[in-house]
Design a protein around this ligand. Sequence first.
Ligand code: NAP
Length: 441
Amino acid sequence: MVANGSDADAGTLCVAIIGAGPAGYYTAEALTKGDANVRVDIIDRLPTPFGLIRAGVAPDHQSIKNVSRRYTATNDRENVRFVGNLSLGRDITITELKELYDVVVLATGAAKDRPLGINGEDLKGVYGSGAFVGWYNSHPDYTDLKPDLRVASVAVVGNGNVAVDVARILAKTSTEMADTDLADHAAERIHGAPIKDIYILGRRGPLEGAFTPKELGELNRMENCVALVDASQLPDLAIDETLAGTQKKNMASLRAMASNKNTDKPVRLHIKFYLRPTEILGEGSVCGLRLEETRVENGRCVGTKVFETLPAGLVVSCIGYRGNPIEEVPYDEARGIFINTDGRIDDQLYCVGWARRGPTGTIGTNKPDGIGIAAKILEEIKPAGKRGRDGLNRLAEERDLHIVTFADWKKIDAAEVIAATNDAPRAKIVDIDNMVTIAKS
Ligand code: NAP
């Protein structure tokens, strides 16, 4: 095995993974698990590792975030290195990375919101979930979002786990959020907001919901907010016996919600089905949504040409994500992923996770994905005496780049933990310059 930081010998496979999220770390883990002589640099544009674990997973789902311990253990291997604060496109190109490394793996996720593609989407008060979740999760890109939450009614579009997350974070009280790492700037706005009605809007029915039972069930256990479902939108009781797994559990939750009363708690969460937005209404700022009633035919959502209006001062669209295209890399516009065959893009370029398959599955889905790509790389690519990390170090020095290492990140981590108040696990730092200053202190 080659020591951390020393010149690679001709027999060392030099790998650059772009993106320090789950897909990147599972790939690094699998690449460095066996006897192969491999050295991995995990490069991220942020000074912080763990991608969606830090900035996507809901702040009140701390137990899910514990998986970062596993990624830390991977990073502690002497042939794995985190290279933070280095941005593909801004600081280095794919061509340069290919010159330095035997293989480059894109684990860049799906960072862009899928657009609804309807009029009014650009009104003030309309956000994609990537931006909105990033804002309450302290992602440096979205600190300045500053959504105006002085509204009575919110529409959350979509029936996936992200819609459930967004509705729950807006509905929970400051007491319920006390042991979370919700961004301070978000807590101030959310917990001071006069929101009374939150609508989760599904374009298909209760059986087609993309949410999972644990997440849906949480909506029925909030302190100040009652989850409401219109019983007439649920299928006949007899169907329950034919259901299994996720659908069965989801149906049980929805039936329980259908027996709640809208006077039970001061805030109401309405879970509504068979409605799709056709226009976002407002002048300058959003004031509501035009919705078309739908029905499901052969699993597909079909419009009925019956319309209604829903008042809303905030709209968060949670309808999935697309990957960011990268110069020189073939990109499938329709699917929002890199064009690849089982993860292979070309002789030296691979992709993994959401960048390969689109935004599906849980954190754990990225593990078999990473294992598969690692096996493919080890089989298909032979070391060609590349300069790898030493070459990258030299390039960073020449360009005066301030790379953040894993040891540097541990300083940022410690500063965040020390700054936490009450039961919060950490107070996240949101400013990149501030992070780099702490890292280099
Ligand atoms: P998702 O699970 O794909 O759900 C997207 C939802 O948006 C679906 O209900 C979809 O409806 C709806 N939709 C799509 N286009 C629409 C349109 N034009 N108008 C109205 N509705 C539209 O996506 P997600 O919620 O963003 O989650 C992404 C992935 O992360 C998922 O795999 C999810 O499970 C995972 N995740 C997991 C957790 C967790 O485990 N706690 C938390 C968050 C996210 P149709 O079904 O009709 O297309």
